[in-house]
Ligand binder design. Structure first.
Ligand code: SF4
Length: 422
């Protein structure tokens, strides 16, 4: 318990520093490397109704604004094409990417026309599991559909304000059953460690996942940004990490026989695509308001203001508004955390990438995680142990909480300046 608490405290401070953007204003991305295919992250920030616990970059859906946004998005992607970027994989996240299916169809067609796209992963909500939308996504080349479920427990769905939008746990289950097999991978996104969630509730959720033969399930730990903490505590009760380890063990035990972890929190029934685009692809370009990219050791962020985003793109300028150049040590640490999140790390590939300086820079981290029994060396590969899997849940929980805090701050700055949909 002390180890987990100390790690959480240390990581909060570290990520707050690392995720601090340093350059602002009109920025341009680094030139793409010749012959390299990147991953493209596309952000759709609209939701039909906002959930109280959510820290993602999202706003209430408005049809006119969203139409203009999709047009700007296509234009921004063309700008990267004209700079020489090529994309072999696409991840569409939100918000709710399926909020305007016809616009999404045009976007997917253009992507496949302009780039050698092999994989498309896209997020949606249970109410959009309908024949017309699923048909559009399949025709658009989506291989992996990720459905935000969070829990099948009606009591929790009510507290999350999702019951009236997406139906009861039983209704969501039958929608998932209907479309299981419609994509290479149908992933079910769940959350664990809600304050009133018990072990029994989680066991029932696991039983549903197994009964529908879900291709893949992602169990996110509850991640609370500073801005949502009070609202969450009001709805669910005090937030604490005390139960998290125990609940994670319930998940590992429950999935052990039928699923393998592709990351510390994503479990696949067969060889499915990985859930976290940043794990499989070292470098990615982000498009859309509030998106992030990581190219050539540089983090880039698009403006959080949707009007500013649309304006900037219509004037022919990339809407980049923040940048941070990582030092080599930051890059090495970033790779260490991200690669091991997928449970193993190929040391010789990492040494090649960093000119033989990888392990030398990570002496402290490697001995710490080996000493506490989180990491083992197996030939030229580091592997997470069962204990290490949970330590990486903490690492990534704090990383994404840091990103969410950064989003909150950025939104607040933007909001005070320019957040009217003018
Ligand atoms: S949880 Fe999903 S549906 Fe709810 S507000 Fe956040 S992005 Fe939108």
């Amino acid at each position: 318990m002390i180890l987990e608490w100390a790690m959480t405290t240390y990581l909060k401070r570290t990520y707050a520093r690392v995720l601090q953007l340093t350059d602002f204003g009109e920025l341009s991305p680094p030139a793409p490397r010749a012959g390299k295919d990147y991953l493209l992250y596309v952000h759709i920030p609209f939701c039909e109704e906002l959930c109280p616990y959510c820290s993602f970059n999202r706003v209430p859906f408005e049809r006119d604004l969203a139409s203009r946004y999709f047009e700007a998005l296509r234009q921004e992607i063309r700008m990267y094409r004209d700079l020489g970027y090529s994309f072999s994989a696409v991840y569409v996240g939100g918000g709710t990417p399926t909020v305007m299916p016809a616009e999404m169809a045009v976007l997917l067609d253009e992507l496949r026309r302009d780039f050698p796209v092999k994989e498309i992963s896209l997020e949606t909500n249970p109410n959009h599991l309908r024949d017309d939308i699923v048909g559009i996504l399949r025709d658009g080349g989506v291989n992996r559909l990720s459905v935000g479920v969070q829990s099948f427990e009606d009591e929790l769905l009510r507290k999350m304000a999702r019951y009236h939008k997406y139906g009861s746990g039983a209704e969501i289950k039958s929608r998932l059953e209907r479309y299981m097999g419609a994509f290479d991978t149908l992933n079910v996104d769940m959350i664990f460690n809600f304050p009133s969630q018990t072990e029994e509730m989680l066991k029932r959720d696991l039983a549903v996942i197994k009964s529908i033969n879900a291709d893949q399930v992602t169990f996110y730990p509850l991640m609370v940004s500073s801005a949502t903490r009070r609202e969450l505590a009001r709805i669910f009760g005090p937030i604490s990490y005390r139960q998290e380890k125990l609940l994670y063990k319930v998940i590992l035990d429950g999935l052990e026989t039928d699923y393998t972890p592709g990351t510390a929190w994503c479990f696949s029934r067969k060889k499915s695509m990985i859930d976290e685009y940043i794990v499989d692809h070292d470098e990615y370009v982000g498009v859309g308001s509030g998106s992030f990219g990581y190219v050539e050791g540089t983090v880039l962020s698009d403006t959080f203001s949707i009007p500013e985003y649309i304006r900037s793109v219509s004037e022919g300028k990339l809407p980049l508004k923040g940048r941070k150049r990582f030092s080599e040590r930051d890059r090495i640490q970033y790779d260490f955390v991200m690669k091991l999140f997928s449970t193993s790390l190929d040391v010789s590939r990492a040494e090649e990438k960093f000119g033989g300086r990888f392990l030398k820079s990570l002496r402290k981290e490697v001995s710490f995680f080996s000493m506490v029994g989180g990491l083992v060396k197996d030939g030229g590969t580091f592997r997470l142990t069962r204990k290490g899997l949970y330590l990486w849940v903490i690492m990534m929980r704090e990383f994404f909480t840091g990103v969410n805090n950064f989003r909150d701050v950025s939104r607040a700055v933007v909001g005070s300046r320019d957040f009217s949909h003018g």
